[in-house]
Design a protein around this ligand. Structure first.
Ligand code: GDP
Ligand code: GDP
Ligand code: MG
Length: 334
């Protein structure tokens, strides 16, 4: 086995062990509120001996919509449910939960989010891997960058963070704190500096010092679309001077607690940036976690990571199969 293959194997096993170490329990715990809300609602309609009929299907539809699963995805699920009831002849209303689980899993597995193998992998011949992180204020960009940097570092990568949110007064300090937690360096300029200039400095430094991954924080202004577009374009253009394919990823951060509004934000941001992935934060703080389903199903952009807490190790790869297992795993944990 060549040196390069050995290296790849080392990275692969490190990725697997971090995924396992952080994996299921964290996601399961992070989904507690969503899960208990969901099951409480179902318990209230799936009385013993209730027949599967149109009135039950209507109740299920209401629950899915009120669980932030969205109208389109809900319709898809109900349609599949009806077909399966007809074909497979379920009679007991308690079977419904199992079918729902399978149908939701199917939707997610068929969505662009299903490709989870790429996480934390980078092209060895095209370093550094550059990531631009965008999203409105307060969604969790800075926090997520700290966690992402930490996760990359856990699999042996050298990460450099660029503080291109030069707009907010405390932005640099906050990012510094997260970079310190992750144990990675940060490039910054003073407040009010040109964000593109910070991005340039960061990438320039990363190239000359042989970093593997560059993550750029940005300011989250959506009130002025033209300005935002111009700013993001300028950051990308300046980075391309140093590396033609930069940024390799543009991650849009969305706050799960905002429910359907998150979908609206994704649509707005899609107009101003070439988003390659979505990071959905604060799943632990909300019963609206079902929103991940329409986001994955309807937007055509993969959900790459989910935030399930405020600690440095609380960012998880979004694995659709594992997510649905956790969502339906109703054995209460402590
Ligand atoms: P930014 O304005 O987009 O950079 O957002 P910040 O990173 O400053 O985060 C805003 C708030 O969201 C902070 O209080 C974070 O602790 C919190 N936050 C971010 N991600 C998560 C998460 O996954 N779970 C929880 N509970 N809070 C989070
Ligand atoms: P402008 O300087 O605002 O007109 O816009 P540019 O698109 O030329 O670049 C934005 C920022 O990126 C600049 O202010 C610099 O800080 C940085 N930058 C861009 N190109 C270069 C370059 O070739 N060398 C250096 N050192 N910095 C650059
Ligand atoms: Mg921030």
């Amino acid at each position: 086995m060549g040196l390069f293959d050995k290296f790849k194997e080392k990275i692969a096993s490190a990725v697997q062990s971090t995924t396992e170490a952080l994996g299921f329990n964290k996601v399961q715990k992070g989904l507690e509120k969503t899960r208990s809300n969901f099951f409480q609602k179902f318990q209230s309609i799936l009385g013993i001996g209730r027949k599967i009929d149109q009135s039950l299907l209507n109740d299920i539809e209401d629950i899915l919509i009120s669980s932030d699963i969205g109208i389109k995805s809900t319709e898809k699920i109900i349609k599949a449910l009806k077909e399966r009831i007809k074909k497979e002849g379920f009679e007991d209303s308690s079977d419904v939960i199992l079918i729902l689980k399978e149908e939701i899993q199917k939707i997610l597995v068929e969505s662009p989010s299903a490709n989870v193998d790429r996480e934390y992998k980078i092209d060895e011949n095209n370093k550094p891997h550059t990531i631009l992180v965008i999203g409105v204020n307060g969604v969790g960009k800075t926090t997520t960058i700290g966690k992402l940097a930490y996760n990359y570092k856990q699999v042996g990568r050298k990460v450099l963070i660029g503080a291109a949110d030069t707009f907010r007064a405390a932005a640099n300090e906050q990012l510094e704190i997260w970079a310190e937690r992750a144990g990675v360096p940060i490039v910054q300029q003073k407040q009010g500096a040109d964000p593109a200039s910070v991005a340039y400095d960061t990438l320039n430094s990363a190239i000359s010092k042989g970093f593997d991954v560059v993550i750029i924080d940005t300011a989250g202004r959506l009130h002025n679309k033209t300005n935002l577009m111009a700013e993001l374009e300028k950051i990308s253009r300046v980075m391309k001077k140093l590396k033609a394919d930069a940024p390799n990823d543009v991650f849009l951060v969305l706050d799960a607690t905002t429910g359907q509004n998150a979908i609206q934000q994704a649509k707005e941001f899609s107009k101003v940036a070439q988003i390659t992935g979505i990071i959905l934060t604060k799943l632990d703080g909300t019963a609206k976690g079902g929103v991940v389903i329409p986001i994955a199903d309807e937007l055509g952009i993969p959900v790459r990571y989910i935030g399930v807490g405020e600690k440095i190790d609380d960012l998880q790869v979004f694995d659709p199969v594992l997510f649905v297992e956790a969502l339906f795993d109703n054995n209460e944990t402590n």
